[in-house]
Design a protein around this ligand. Structure first.
Ligand code: KIV
Ligand code: ZN
Length: 390
């Protein structure tokens, strides 16, 4: 079955870099941008050019080196922002300006002290102005998650008429439930005249831990772009994690959706971004965490040793992890001990294994994890006649 491609819009260098302590220098940004390009992301949001001379320069340099992806710069619905972004993006093979404004009643009242009609006017003039510099203009309706659907449809229709090629529907505060966010996309698909001329985009924050689920609900209901970051970095609790949405679509072929991402580079890219940003990846992080393919309980280990698929839905090689890990702890069983002992050079008979296992349990009760070096010590002090495999 041929699949619909969901465009991956990576905002690690913009929303991700807004995280306190994650600031990158220009050289680091260039290396990450190059890697994102190799990874196969469709759009790289390189920064917010008006925000500082350093960000302008980074966006400008990234625009020069990216070979395949569209390079995008963020702006507010402000003329000067748009002019500066257009200038920074000039060297890009395919440039995109990402402009927009808050659309929820709370943003309209408290941020802009304005009203809905005036906000539509500002949105339309920002998109028209951006369109005078580049063909590809994405409009974001900030806080769309809490924006009333009828008004959201009105503003979307107006900006599509003005030439917007992509409609970003951010759940800026991470408020929506998946059904609600999916229904929002469906509503826009069904109620915005001219919607066929634009791509609907999901941009979800993770304040309630729902960013990935909401993005998937979005594409199931017609969106064809997901905005995400490596390791889910981003404002507050972060953005949708790129590695998660990519693997969800790949592991669920019945959805009929896929991305252009080379998943074999996911683990390495995650490590690279983690090191450059000084932001450690939590061990239980889906797809790229240190424990994502580690098995520690005896029951699971026995299953995985017999057949990996008993407890793994992803082949670690598919995301660039060399192999599943059998971790030895006091909860491990004989199968795991025999497996790891063989890996370090000991072929144990059933009787030998019984003896060594008793020693192992005493040792494991004292230690959190039993390492390869410990296995040698346990076997050598177990007083058995050992046959070593080479
Ligand atoms: O979360 C958000 O609304 C944003 C916009 C600026 C796109 O990051
Ligand atoms: Zn955001």
């Amino acid at each position: 079955m041929s699949k619909d491609i969901v465009q991956i819009f990576d905002t690690t260098l913009r929303d991700g870099e807004q995280v306190p302590g994650c600031k990158l220098d220009k050289g680091q940004k260039l290396v990450i941008a190059q890697r994102l390009d190799e990874l196969g992301v469709d759009i790289i949001e390189a920064g917010f050019p008006i925000s500082s001379p350093g960000d302008f320069e980074s966006v400008n340099e990234i625009a020069k080196i990216v070979k395949y992806a569209t390079v995008c710069g963020l702006t507010r619905a402000v003329k000067k922002d748009i002019e500066v972004a257009a200038e920074a993006l000039k060297p890009a093979r395919v440039p995109r300006i990402h402009t927009g404004i808050g659309t929820s009643d709370s943003h309209i009242k408290y941020k802009f002290n304005s009203n809905r009609d005036a906000i539509i006017e500002r949105a339309v003039s920002a998109v028209s102005y951006a369109k005078s510099f580049v063909e590809d203009v994405e409009f974001y309706a900030e806080d769309a998650g809490r924006t009333d659907n009828e008004f959201l449809a009105r503003i979307c229709e107006a900006v599509v008429k003005a030439g917007a090629t992509v409609l970003n529907i951010p759940d800026t505060t991470g408020y929506c439930l998946p059904d609600e966010y999916g229904a929002k996309m469906k509503y826009l698909k069904e109620n915005v005249t001219g919607i066929h001329k634009a791509v609907l985009s999901c941009h979800c924050h993770n304040d309630l831990g729902l960013a990935t689920a909401n993005s998937i609900a979005g594409v199931i209901n017609g969106a064809r772009q997901i905005e995400c970051t490596i390791n889910g970095l981003g404002e507050r609790a972060g953005n949708t994690a790129l590695e998660e949405v990519v693997m969800i679509l790949r592991q669920h072929p019945t959805l009929g959706l896929d991305t252009n991402i080379n998943s074999k580079l996911l683990y390495d890219t995650s490590q690279m971004v983690s090191h450059k940003m000084g932001m450690m990846v939590q061990p239980n992080k889906a797809i790229v965490g240190a424990n994502a393919f580690a098995h520690s309980s005896g029951i699971h280990q026995d299953g995985v040793i017999k057949n990996r698929e008993t407890y793994e839905i992803i082949d670690p090689l598919d995301v660039g992890v060399n192999e599943s890990k059998i971790v030895l702890t006091a909860r491990s069983g004989r199968a795991a001990l025999a497996y790891r002992a063989k890996k370090v050079g000991y072929e144990l008979t059933k009787i030998q294994l019984d003896t060594v296992y008793q020693e192992f349990l005493k040792y494991a009760d004292r230690k959190k994890e039993v390492m390869d070096g410990d296995i040698h010590e346990i076997i050598e002090t177990s007083n058995i006649n050992i046959e070593s495999v080479s």
